[in-house]
Write a protein that binds this ligand. Structure first.
Ligand code: FAD
Length: 302
């Protein structure tokens, strides 16, 4: 293994232990800032460039019911601001941020609260997907919400072998899905671990969703996968309003413009909040070269 690769590996392993002040400048490209005001400014700038948005308050695994209730309140306030500024954007929430690990009923009640508020404001709401220990609970909460709130969507991960069966098991009716590869590295017994089968499963799941009439937001920065998805949309003659691309702030912007110029909607995920470190660690682990460059610059023998 080359010295550069070794340094990148070292960078990945040590990322969670990097002190916040050193991490902050690296994280800057992936997060809008620590405040709602900064996130709204970023969404407005993106809207001017023709990109609708998704607003995410950073955080996960709250430690108490009070904290979970606080998160729901923060999201409702943020949704009011999105509506007040007439932004084409919606809110997206992790189940453990709304207390899934503390109790499924609590999590359902808090999503329901946000769903009622967003419905009144005419905004959508997305239930995100976390690691496999939360999949069953998240799908149960989603199905309960969906029965009352058709503006609530879910995220499904092509990495998980179970996903086609999960799609088949969802109740009939309108369905709105964000398809992703899945950011959490899962055990080989339950997940595809190589990129090729993950992409095959992604295309197959997207086809399965279109064939049952769902709207699908394809979240990816993989241009080869995107090409196959565009072909699928053309082959199935899916109307434009049932398909869009979604991308993360700071990741592969030239691709966004390419897809937008080809006539596709490219919606940008804008995370913000004081709890930015775990999110940034995951993003930087996907792209260790950035961190590797910084580390190398600090080395005395460079
Ligand atoms: P990859 O093969 O991972 O990446 C394709 C190319 O993009 C590669 O060249 C890669 O280097 C580059 N790239 C990818 N990420 C970065 C980065 N951070 N920095 C620089 N380059 C990068 N996952 C979940 O498990 N649950 C969710 O709820 C969820 N929501 C998401 C919402 C949105 C809008 C997006 C875009 C992704 C979301 N993800 C979620 C993450 C997703 O599962 C993937 O981990 C992530 O999108 C990377 O996979 P990819 O399809 O871009 O392909």
């Amino acid at each position: 293994m080359s010295a550069m690769r070794l340094l990148d590996r070292l960078a990945i392993a040590t990322l969670p232990y990097v002190p916040k002040p050193l991490m902050r400048p690296l994280a800057g490209r992936y997060i809008a800032g620590e405040t709602l005001g900064e996130a709204l400014e970023r969404l407005e700038a993106l809207a001017e460039r023709g990109h609708p948005g998704i607003l995410d308050v950073l955080g996960e695994d709250v430690a108490s019911e009070a904290a979970a209730r606080g998160v729901a309140k923060t999201y409702i306030e943020a949704a009011h601001e999105l509506a007040r500024r007439r932004l084409d954007a919606y809110v997206s929430i992790k189940p453990t941020h709304l207390g899934l690990r503390l109790g499924e009923q609590l999590c359902f009640e808090l999503y329901d609260e946000v769903a009622r508020a967003t419905a009144e404001l005419g905004l959508a709401l997305r239930v995100e997907m976390e690691d496999h220990t939360t999949t069953d609970g998240t799908l149960r909460v989603f199905e309960r919400l969906r029965a009352e709130h058709p503006h609530v969507g879910i995220v499904l991960q092509s990495r998980l072998v179970r996903t086609p069966a999960d799609i088949a098991a969802l109740a009939p009716g309108p369905l709105w899905v964000r398809m992703v590869k899945g950011i959490y590295l899962e055990p080989a017994a339950i997940a595809h671990t190589e990129n090729e089968p993950i992409c095959e499963a992604y295309v197959a799941c997207t086809r399965q969703l279109f064939e049952r009439g769902a709207s699908v937001s394809c979240a990816t920065h993989d241009e080869f996968l995107a090409e196959r998805l565009i072909q699928l949309v053309e082959q199935l003659d899916v109307p434009r309003e049932r398909f869009e691309f979604q991308v993360l702030l700071g990741v592969r912007e030239p691709l966004w413009e390419l897809w937008r110029e080809a006539g596709h909607t490219v919606r940008v995920y804008v995370p913000y909040g004081p709890e930015w470190k775990p999110y940034s660690v995951r993003r930087l682990q996907k792209n260790p070269q950035i961190f590797g460059h910084v580390m190398r610059d600090l080395l005395p023998w460079r």
